[in-house]
Design a protein around this ligand. Structure first.
Ligand code: MG
Length: 325
């Protein structure tokens, strides 16, 4: 028996968006012009289903076919009900991460940064009497300078420029340094076509390790250091509890990757740790060269906080299974 089915306006409208995509059409060229949807390639059942709907619309559908289509529809409905997925939960209640408004560019100080130099004054520095401000940059003068604020673990952004025209060679060309906690030196040097010992060139941890790359810009151009610092920790008996670590990007290039410091960074003896406080200043070295600095900011950093409220567990629907290890 032939069942003639005349679709209502509503069902016609609901199928219309699919109609021209893949199933029998009265216009044989339409299929050529319109490639099938990738979804139909991946789900041939869906293609068959829509094809049947096309037949339904054209009235060319017998009752056995209709029955098959109905059972197919039922099967598809069952298949579309998502299976209950097992989920892993770590049982930690996390504190909401701090909200930080980033700067307009990634070089600009975020909302939680301590700005140590914004081009205007040297009020955040001690010992800067002989340093000058020129064109929004501070120029190294006699004597190293030390920030008033002190920091433990922190992120530091600092921009610096070697003197131009380049003067001197090796360690004598635009030498300065960023001292974390006033003790540990990340070398500042004009290392653009200026050979020196590798663990003393720009981006080195002085006398401990060279940078992984020389990403130096020409004298007179601005370099950036983005520094990620983990302060060393000490025990009550003055021994070292955990060393300092440093990660540095030089002009966006990773040059130190979680390097473990062996101690301080003197010129004339091996590095060693001497117990100091949890925080210390940022110091900028005077090595007799007019190195320029600008846009200096520091963000104290703290790890994400959470407490283990319960054992880790697996959840599957209403069932929860603790994980013992
Ligand atoms: Mg130096």
């Amino acid at each position: 028996m032939v069942v003639c089915y005349k679709p209502g306006a509503l069902s016609l409208l609901s199928v219309l968006p699919f109609y021209q995509l893949d199933f029998p059409t009265r216009d044989p060229l339409l299929k050529e012009r319109t490639p099938p949807m990738p979804m139909f390639e991946r789900y041939p059942f869906a293609a068959r289903l829509f094809r049947s709907m096309g037949q339904l619309l054209s009235g060319d559908l017998t009752s056995p076919k209709l029955l098959a289509m109905a059972s197919g529809l039922f099967g598809a409905a069952v298949a579309m009900v998502p299976a209950q997925a097992q989920e892993y939960l770590n049982g930690i209640e996390w504190k909401a991460p701090a909200l930080v408004t980033p700067g307009k560019t990634n070089d600009a100080a975020p909302s939680d940064a301590v700005v140590l130099f914004d081009g205007k004054d040297l009020s955040h520095w001690k010992g800067a009497g002989a340093w000058k401000i020129e064109d929004g940059a501070m120029v190294a003068g006699r004597g190293s300078i030390t920030s008033v604020d002190e920091f433990g673990d922190c992120q530091v952004h600092i921009e610096w420029s070697a003197a131009t025209p380049a003067k001197g060679n090796g360690q004598g060309r635009s030498n300065s340094g960023v001292f974390l906690m006033g003790i540990y030196e990340l070398q500042v040097l004009d290392s653009f076509e200026n050979p020196t010992y590798f663990d003393g060139q720009a981006g080195s941890i002085y006398k401990q390790t060279p940078p992984m790359a020389n990403a130096m810009r020409k004298p007179g151009e601005w370099n950036t250091y983005d520094i990620f610092w983990t302060a060393p920790r000490f025990n009550a008996d003055n021994s070292l509890k955990s060393p300092a670590y440093i990660t540095v990007m030089h002009n966006g290039v990773l040059i130190q990757n979680h390097f473990e410091l062996k101690g301080d960074t003197p010129f004339n003896r091996p590095p060693k740790y001497n117990k100091h406080g949890d925080k210390g200043p940022i110091s900028l070295q005077d090595h007799g060269d007019p190195v320029r600095f600008r846009n200096i900011w520091v963000r104290p950093i703290v790890p994400a906080e959470g407490k283990q409220a319960r054992k880790p567990f697996l959840r599957n629907g209403d069932k929860e299974t603790p994980i013992d290890n």
